[in-house]
Design a protein around this ligand. Structure first.
Ligand SMILES: NC(=O)C1=CN([C@@H]2O[C@H](COP(=O)(O)OP(=O)(O)OC[C@H]3O[C@@H](n4cnc5c(N)ncnc54)[C@H](OP(=O)(O)O)[C@@H]3O)[C@@H](O)[C@H]2O)C=CC1
Ligand SMILES: Cc1cn([C@H]2C[C@H](O)[C@@H](COP(=O)(O)OP(=O)(O)O[C@H]3O[C@@H](C)C(=O)[C@@H](O)[C@H]3O)O2)c(=O)[nH]c1=O
Length: 283
């Protein structure tokens, strides 16, 4: 398939380029230098790739900043996907758009993984902007995949916009003690594994909404402790509550995603989060 990837130098974008090339797709990678998804005047570059499928990995990802930078967050996370959906619909192009577990969060006491059929309910501006992007894609472009995921880490995070694992590795080496929230339950996900899942999904033509994370669930505290156990970094990690870690944006206490639909459609289960983390740290 002829595929254009928007955000091709990002964490997910880079691993998608590798995974899709290995599956013999023909690829055009677009960086922020050549397209801004909130500006349809920049879309002529899309014509050049003549795509049958566009994958949008570009987003406004700064969760705390989004609380006050609403205009940009909604332009990139809602209007951007809207413009792409119109572009694809008018040309009969398929669109895969990436979304987030942060479309959930209102059920703080929930302890069963969310299915695609569960009603979303975001609790921060980033989550609201991403949910609006999802709704617009669904309404405008019938041939769409929307893939919700969580806590991405990939090798591009080492040099690019960063990720939680790289932040912990840096802080763990700099400090003797760290405090990490232990009441936010989710499943951080390797972009390498997510790319494998997306590479399978796009050939199914089973359009719709999908949840895609690594297996199992954890808290950021347990995830951080595991990073230090696996790397042998000697740092004390103190479990704290969300109230003890003040931030501009509230985060979901529970946003674990049920990925069984993806598994049924693709025949692929992403590895357990501990396995995925070990693989990332080894490489
Ligand atoms: N990171 C995470 O933890 C999670 C991310 N997601 C979603 O997954 C997707 C991919 O995330 P991830 O790979 O981590 O993101 P990255 O920030 O690593 O990559 C995004 C890429 O998109 C580019 N980009 C940013 N804004 C625009 C824009 N307006 N127009 C065109 N390109 C742009 C960035 O370029 P530049 O840096 O030069 O601006 C960057 O290369 C996003 O949709 C995100 O919302 C979902 C759950 C968790
Ligand atoms: C660095 C640090 C973070 N934390 C907390 C803050 C936060 O609640 C949690 C995770 O930190 P992050 O900075 O990765 O949080 P955040 O940027 O909210 O991560 C989110 O990003 C967006 C883009 C998504 O779509 C989500 O899936 C999610 O991964 O850990 C600590 O408790 N101690 C620390 O030292």
């Amino acid at each position: 398939m002829q595929i254009t990837i928007i955000g091709s130098k990002g964490q997910l974008g880079q691993d998608l380029m590798t995974s899709l090339a290995a599956a013999s797709h023909r690829l055009t990678g677009l960086t922020h230098q050549s397209i801004a998804i909130e500006d349809p005047n920049s879309f002529s570059v899309l014509d050049e790739g003549a795509p049958e499928l566009i994958i949008n990995t570009a987003a406004y990802n700064k969760v705390d900043l989004a609380e006050t930078d609403l205009k940009n967050a909604f332009a990139i996370n809602a209007s951007g996907p809207e413009f792409l959906a119109h572009y694809c619909r008018h040309r009969n192009i398929k669109l895969l758009h990436v979304s987030t577990d942060y479309v959930f969060g209102q059920e703080a006491d929930r302890r069963s993984p969310y299915k695609e059929t569960d009603a979303p309910g975001p609790i921060n501006a980033y989550g609201r902007s991403k949910l609006e992007g999802e709704s617009l894609v669904q309404a405008i472009c019938p041939q769409h995949f929307i893939v919700r995921t969580c806590g991405l880490y990939g090798k591009a995070g080492k040099t690019g916009n960063g990720n939680f694992v790289e932040t912990m590795l840096r802080l763990g080496r700099e400090r003797d003690e760290l405090s990490v929230v232990n009441d936010q339950h989710c499943t951080p996900t390797s972009t390498r594994d997510l790319s494998t899942a997306i590479t399978r999904l796009i050939t199914t033509n089973q359009f719709g909404l999908y949840h895609a994370t690594n297996g199992g669930q954890t808290t950021w505290y347990e995830f951080a402790q595991t990073i230090f156990d696996l790397t042998g970094i000697d740092v004390q990690v103190k479990p704290i509550s969300s109230e003890e870690y003040p931030a501009a944006a509230e985060r979901p206490r529970y946003s674990v995603l049920d990925c069984s639909k993806l598994e049924q459609v693709t025949g692929y289960s992403l590895p357990h989060w501990k396995q995925a983390l070990a693989t990332y740290l080894e490489s």
